[in-house]
Each structure stands twice: as C-alpha cells, then as structure tokens.
Design a protein around this ligand. Structure first.
Ligand code: KG4
Ligand code: ZN
Length: 363
C-alpha cells in the first residue's frame, strides 16, 4: 500500500512516502536542533509549536513533488514521545486520513526503529524481517535489545536509568559542546585515546536483569573527571585539549563496549540469524564498526541502517505502519490518542510472553 507517514514524537518533524513494498520515495526531515540548542535539551512547548509550523510546509513539499496521489494508507507515530509534539502529528494524520477516506495506522516509535535496519534507500524495497532477528534499539530515550519472534518485538533487556543517547547529550552539555551531544562527542572521540581513562561497569544485582544497562553512573563519573581536569566546561569548545579528546574517546569506547556486552549471551541463548542496530546512537562510528567487526568474527550477519534511517525519520514509521496494516491492525481517525510513555514495562526476560508490540505481519 502506498503510504504517507508522519513522525513528530520529539524534535524532528518528518514526513515520508513509501511505495507498496516499503520503497522510500521521499523522506523529509526538518530538525529543530537550532531551536533547542540554547537550552541544551528539547523544550517540549517549543517543539510542539515548531511542528505546527513545519508539518504543513513539509506536506506542501510532498504535494509539489506529486507524491500525495494514489495514497492507500496513512501511518503516524502514536507514542512514546512528547505529548504536545505527538498531538500535532496524530491530529494531522487523523484529519488527513479521515478527509481522504484512507485507513490509518498508529505506530509505536520503537516499532519504527525496530524495522529500520531492514529498509533500503534509493527506492529499493524493504526486506522481510527474519524470525529471530536480534536488534539493539539505542537512542535518546531507549536502550534495549529486542528479539523479533513470530512477528512480535520482544524486549530482552532495558536501561535501569539513562538511555545511551541521553548520556552522550549530558556529557557533551557538561563540557559545553552543545546539543545534541552524540554527533560531536563521536567526532571528537576519533582523535582521542580510548584507553586513557577506565570506568567501572555497573553492578546490577537483580538476577532477572543482569543483562540490563545502566549508564547514569558512567555519566556522573565522566562529568566528575571532566570537572577535576578543569574541562567542564571547556574554555575553547572548538579546540578541546588532548585530555578532553582522551576523556571523550574513553567515554565513547565504554558506552559502546557496554552496549555490545550482552550480545554474546543473547546470541548463545537465541541463535539469531541476523543482528541489527537502530536508533540515533546507531549512527555512532565506533558502534557501527565494532558491531561489524563482531559480525565478521562471529559469522553472524549484521545489519545497520543507513545514517538517514538511524535518527528519527518518518520512513521507518511508514514501514512499521505497512506491516501493522498487513496484520489487520488499523486505528480510528476519530479516536486516536497519543501516549507519552513506553507501552511496556520491565525486562522481557522476566515475564516470558510479555511483548512490546502487537504482531506485525512478516511480509
Ligand atoms: O533516535 P533519535 O533520533 O531520537 C530518539 O528516539 O531519541 O536519537 C537521538 C539520540 C541523541 O541522544 C543523539 O545525541 C544520539 O541519538 N546520537 C548519537 C550520534 N548521533 C546521534 N549518539 C552517539 N553517536 C552519534 N554519532
Ligand atoms: Zn527515535
């Protein structure tokens, strides 16, 4: 089904049009980074107001490119995210679907990230998600491994505190490197020595959650070290001294090694046919190269989406919407309510059968 997709869950306004096989015909993303940068984080009210302004303009661009004819489905992010931002997208999508008498698919944002590694750019069709695929979804709000099983995404672990992207953002903010922090820390870390500083891994005693993540201790330790060294904030953020580069390289290497640490156990346990990574932090150079290296060493195929599909985008929402619609799951345009928080709780390992998403058709 040719699909219009809308994503407004946080600080990116995005619209996409997908062909029936998940081919990305257009994927427009308008970032609000400049709006929020002075505040070192997303200001919810400003984000919502910005979506109201930008969304109709992006839709106008799709219209001008002649992409809004013959649509068969509208997909929109329902949650989790900022409620004001989500409301802009869900209201727009509901009205559009109702006015054109099109079916509406309400997508969980994480579901979008989860399908993204199996999409392609340059108009090529999306691929079927193999049963048993193991995917690390790692972004500003989430850090979890998911097992794709019988059309469902089952969470295998979670973060006990901060998400990995959030920690990149907070460390960067403390050093005066601006917002969002992930890309700039990633770039600076390339020139530092990753073995210069060592950070101890968290001790998680809960036997059901020993593979959970925890990043807030690392965040505090890195910020404390930066303060001790007189680097928080940096006196000249454009030219950080060697010690700062070493600290950032060590920090990045620690996050990446902790993110990949549960891989071995999950692979032994579930024997996935493919391992994937998704979400904004999957744009990280070290994470990408380390995961590829792990794949080559272990012989397990690895999939990481192209950069345009790692950070928030509507194309992935469109694909998840298509799979939902194919599974017969549609939303009511007159009663679609966004939700702010994740629609699941706790580690999936604990409650077997607990699942994140309703089944997606594996087509
Ligand atoms: O998926 P995303 O666009 O939004 C959420 O769903 O949260 O992820 C945004 C997060 C931010 O925390 C940003 O700092 C981080 O992804 N990020 C990175 C990189 N690029 C973006 N983190 C580490 N390295 C990067 N290259
Ligand atoms: Zn996201």
């Amino acid at each position: 089904m040719k699909t219009l997709a809308i994503e407004t869950s946080c600080d990116e306004t995005s619209v996409a049009v997908l062909g029936p096989q998940g081919e990305v015909l257009a994927n427009l993303v308008s970032s609000q980074v400049a709006v929020h940068a002075p505040y070192l984080g997303v200001v919810p009210e400003l984000a919502a107001r910005h979506h109201v302004e930008v969304l109709p303009r992006l839709m106008g661009a799709l219209e001008q490119q002649g992409l809004l004819g013959d649509l068969e489905l509208v997909a929109v992010t329902q949650g989790p995210g900022l409620i004001g931002s989500l409301l802009v997208g869900t209201c727009y999508a509901s009205a559009f679907a109702y006015a054109r008498n099109l079916p509406l698919s309400a997508v969980d944002h994480l579901e979008g990230h989860l399908v993204s590694p199996f999409m392609n750019l340059e108009g090529r069709p999306a691929e079927a998600i193999p049963d048993g695929a193991l995917t690390l979804v790692v972004s500003g709000g989430h850090s979890s491994y998911f097992l794709f099983s019988q059309g469902k995404g089952v969470p295998l672990n979670r973060t006990r505190d901060d998400a990995a992207g959030e920690v990149f953002d907070k460390v960067a903010a403390a050093l005066g490197l601006g917002y969002p922090g992930g890309p700039v820390v990633d770039r600076l870390a390339e020139n530092g020595d990753p073995s210069a500083f060592r950070f101890s891994p968290p001790r998680i005693k809960d036997p059901h959650g020993e593979l959970d993540f925890s990043f807030s201790g690392l965040k505090s330790a890195v910020i404390r070290k930066a303060q001790e060294l007189g680097l928080a904030p940096l006196s000249d953020p454009q030219n950080p001294p060697r010690e700062a580069l070493d600290l950032l390289a060590s920090f990045r290497a620690t996050v990446v090694s902790w993110l990949l640490a549960p891989l071995e156990v999950f692979c032994q346990r579930y024997q996935p046919p493919v391992v994937a990574a998704a979400g904004g932090v999957a744009a990280n150079r070290l994470l990408r190269s380390e995961l590829q290296r792990w794949g080559e060493a272990s012989g397990v195929p690895v999939r990481i989406p192209p950069l345009a599909l790692t950070t928030d985008n509507a194309a992935m929402i469109g694909r998840a919407g298509q799979l939902r619609a194919a599974a017969g799951l549609l939303a009511d345009p007159l009663g679609l309510e966004p939700y702010a928080r994740v629609s699941w709780k706790g580690s999936g390992e604990r409650g077997t059968g607990k699942r994140v998403f309703p089944p997606l058709a594996t087509v």
